[in-house]
Design a protein around this ligand. Structure first.
Ligand code: NAD
Ligand code: LMR
Length: 329
């Protein structure tokens, strides 16, 4: 929804790798559009405040016409004061040989206090995207500490997986990704995720009629689900620019609407498709500019049910772990 009103956007982990790409895109108007001024509120840990000041200098040196103000703080209450949007990026990335869930003990602690700061300080229209891993369960932790904010405002990022799926499929079919529709990433942003092509179309025709099952289950699904690890192997550090780009896509589509087009976003489940209420799971969604809506009425095949059950089981186990560790009630 394009507006001339200045929007206050919080980015946590502002001195990190993802933020170094993300901040410049937000300041350029890539989320709210070219008529909406933005004020950036950068949250970091005290040791990284000086580096954040350097990033802010570069943002100013870019002379973005829409960038009205930059505030840097290590206090979450100040950062989220009157905030309209929050990108929760600040968290440790995994290294080679680790699973994202291995980060839960260390990173999970960050999201309770930030959820409370959002609850106590943010504007009524706050929208949150959790990027820091393990993103789904960190979003659950933040949401559980913000009982005055509608749960649906807390989302986690599976859009990078969605974009990876689009790109792999477009390459396989020799088409532009703009011809592809109805790709879905269900479940967790992890190795168990289910990049689902059952309803996908290319130029309006079924994708399943154009690919063979062996490629789908033996190459496509593992490649999309394992892409984060492959990037860490090749780059020595985790994806950053593509993660920032996916975060922009998610927030842009949430704010501007998808015109009925399906994308993938992780939201607190309302029980749709038997996914237990409350856990933050990837779903097929559309946005009307205000709210994500889960696409309803899909008749799931046994294969879909089996793959969704596997990733949901992992999300339930992560939820039980953080409950046991006192990070949620
Ligand atoms: P990074 O280490 O470069 O930056 C992280 C920043 O967060 C650091 O500057 C650190 O000081 C800051 N930070 C730590 N604790 C904080 C806190 N409590 N408040 C504010 N800031 C804090 O890491 P990165 O490459 O930018 O990745 C950030 C996170 O995003 C990682 O957890 C990574 O695994 C995750 N990630 C998620 C996806 C996804 O698709 N969901 C994709 C890529 C990366
Ligand atoms: C990714 O998918 O690239 C990120 O979640 C980083 C990671 O740990 O794989």
């Amino acid at each position: 929804m394009s507006t001339n009103e200045t929007k206050k956007v919080v980015v946590t982990g502002a001195a990190g790798q993802i933020a170094y790409s993300l901040l410049f895109r937000i300041a350029n108007g890539d989320v709210y559009g070219k008529e909406t001024p933005v004020e950036l509120k950068l949250l970091e840990i005290p040791q990284a405040v000086k580096a954040t000041e350097g990033v802010a200098m570069e943002l100013l040196d870019s002379a973005f016409p829409l960038l009205k103000n930059i505030e840097i703080t290590d206090d979450a209450n100040k950062a989220f004061d009157s905030a309209n949007m929050g990108f929760l990026v600040g968290a440790k990335p995994r290294g080679k040989g680790m699973e994202r869930a291995d980060l839960l003990a260390e990173n999970g602690k960050i999201f309770g206090p930030q959820g409370k700061a959002i609850n106590d300080n943010a504007a009524d229209d706050i929208r949150i995207l959790v990027v820091g891993n393990p993103a789904n369960t960190n979003a659950l932790i933040a949401q559980q500490h913000a009982q005055d904010v509608p749960a649906e405002r807390f989302t986690a990022m599976v859009r990078l997986d969605h974009n990876r799926a689009m790109s792999q499929l477009a390459t396989k079919l020799g088409v532009s990704s703009t011809e592809l529709e109805k790709i879905v990433v269900w479940g967790n942003h992890s190795g168990t995720q289910f990049p689902d092509l059952t309803n996908a179309t290319v130029g309006g025709e079924s994708v399943m009629d154009k690919i063979d099952q062996d490629w789908y289950t033996g190459e496509f699904i593992p490649k999309v689900a394992g892409r984060g690890g492959a990037i860490i192997e090749a780059r020595g550090s985790s994806s950053a620019a593509s993660a920032a780009s996916a975060a922009i896509d998610h927030m842009h589509d949430w704010v501007n609407g998808t015109n009925g087009k399906w994308v993938s976003a992780a939201l607190p489940s309302d029980g749709s498709y038997g996914i237990p209420e409350g856990i933050v799971s990837g779903f097929p969604v559309t946005s009307n500019g205000c709210k994500w809506e889960i696409v309803q009425g899909l008749d799931l095949t046994d294969f879909q049910k089996e793959r969704i059950a596997k990733t949901v089981e992992e999300l339930e186990s992560e939820r039980d772990t953080v409950r046991k560790n006192g990070l949620i009630d």
